[in-house]
Design a protein around this ligand. Structure first.
Ligand code: SAM
Length: 418
């Protein structure tokens, strides 16, 4: 749908249309994010993932000086004033993922990501994870007195202690057990032989404890063989340490070791949780749009799967070429993108239109949004209203909306969004 231009259009209700109609997959707004955020309703989005301009790195199109402040303190204050609006726009059980890079001043690494993270904590946000994004290959660095910088931070913030988090959506699929010399071996190579030897040779365990430990080990291996348990580790008193502390005051595991002489640590049946170091090669292809600071799609995948329900809304207030929104749509979510640059947004629009067309084809061809045609299972799981499914199967309206609000880098006038 080619939308009317700013001069001849009545855009009242266009945002409400988007918010209330799950058939629309994305909405792009050109403007200064601080001002545009003020025009979004309370609790409108399920999660936010974004990468604002880094401090002192490059100058972006538009009037806002974000990133160009003379002092880092002003940059942090500027970001805080933007994120204060985000707090209102995010659902109370929503998540905020922030990717931010660092800067040297006179050889001094400023620690900007953590300065922002601490300011957000002071402002009431709860920091759940500080993910290290290992970019795997950095640019060449000829400085003779420091290491190459190859990581950035991705922070996960929430507003309250309980929040939406679908941990099963992000688990690593458990590997398969196999047999070696007639013994069952777990996917990470545990056959139990070493534990058995340690138990038998132990000078610390009593005979009764040894018997109980061997029986528990045999029972655990039987569960692995029967497919009831994907993997496990064992801790034996006097042989392995408990992970956090040997003090029974601090560690439940230490208490178990003291009482029984051993503990079985079972892996979760649906697979292990990913850790907080992610190895993702940055997007470094030459780009026609000239954007030099684009997210890799992979960086957005886990945050969206874990913290935005299927059919929910992902917001990127510094959307650039729309990577977070593209990933959101590919994963069956919807997206709102704000950016001050008209040219980046028009690139975002092209990418999103392509992805929506592919999604439509998929729905028509296989009756589902996902490769394995599991839309009904996903729908059931997340209790997506059945009308979403109907819409996906018979797209009557064009399934995209772009509020291309004329050439100005001004925010959307309030009356246009009512
Ligand atoms: C690091 S880039 C984000 C790139 C994006 N993640 C992508 O995948 O293309 C930061 C973006 O913030 C935009 N920007 C800078 N100041 C802004 C402001 N005050 N309001 C909205 N967008 C702004 C820039 O145009 C730029 O596209």
């Amino acid at each position: 749908m080619a939308l009317p231009q700013q001069e001849d259009a009545d855009k009242s209700g266009i945002l409400e249309d988007f918010l209330s109609d799950p058939g629309y997959l994305y909405f792009l707004i050109q403007g200064d994010s601080e001002q545009v955020l003020q025009r979004l309703p309370d609790h409108a989005v399920d999660m936010c993932i974004t990468s604002p301009p880094y401090w002192g790195q490059r100058k972006y199109e538009g009037e806002s000086a974000l990133g160009n402040e003379p002092r880092w303190q002003e940059y942090v204050t500027h970001l805080m004033s933007i994120f204060r609006h985000l707090k209102r726009v995010l659902k109370p059980d929503g998540s905020f993922w922030l990717n931010i890079g660092d800067t040297y001043v006179k050889k001094n690494l400023m620690g900007i990501p953590w300065r922002v993270a601490l300011a957000l904590q002071d402002d009431g946000w709860i920091l759940r994870n500080a993910v290290v994004w290992d970019k795997m290959k950095g640019s060449p660095d000829n400085a003779k007195d420091k290491l190459r910088n190859v990581h950035e931070e991705l922070f996960h913030f929430v507003l309250q202690p309980t929040y939406y988090y679908d941990v099963d959506a992000i688990r690593n699929e458990p590997g398969k057990p196999y047999y070696r010399d007639g013994r069952i071996v777990t996917p990470t190579g545990v056959s139990g032989a070493k534990y058995e030897q340690q138990i038998r040779k132990s000078k610390v365990l009593s005979e009764t404890e040894k018997e109980a430990a061997l029986a528990a080990l045999a029972d655990t291996l039987r569960k692995v063989e029967a497919g009831e348990l994907p993997d496990f580790r064992m801790v034996i008193r006097g042989t392995q340490r408990s992970t956090h502390s040997d003090s029974t005051e601090y560690s439940g595991r230490a208490s178990e070791l003291k009482a029984k002489g051993f503990a079985i640590l079972p892996y979760h049946k649906n697979g292990t949780k990913p850790g907080d170091i992610w190895h993702i090669i940055p997007e470094d292809q030459w780009r026609k749009d000239g954007h030099y600071a684009v997210f890799p799609l992979d960086l957005c995948e886990l945050p969206i799967k874990a913290t935005c329900p299927v059919g929910g809304i992902v917001l990127d207030p510094f959307a650039g070429t729309g990577t977070a929104l593209v990933e959101a749509v590919m994963l069956g979510r919807r997206g709102i993108g704000i950016d001050s640059s008209r040219s980046y947004l028009s690139e975002a629009e092209k990418r999103l239109a392509r992805v929506c067309a592919e999604q439509r084809q998929r729905v028509l061809a296989q009756g589902g949004l996902f490769d394995d045609g599991t839309i009904s299972a996903e729908t059931e799981k997340h209790k997506m209203p059945s009308r979403v499914l109907r819409k996906a199967r018979q797209p009557r309206k064009p399934r995209r909306v772009s509020s291309n609000l004329g050439g100005a880098t001004l925010p959307i006038p309030f009356e246009d969004l009512r």
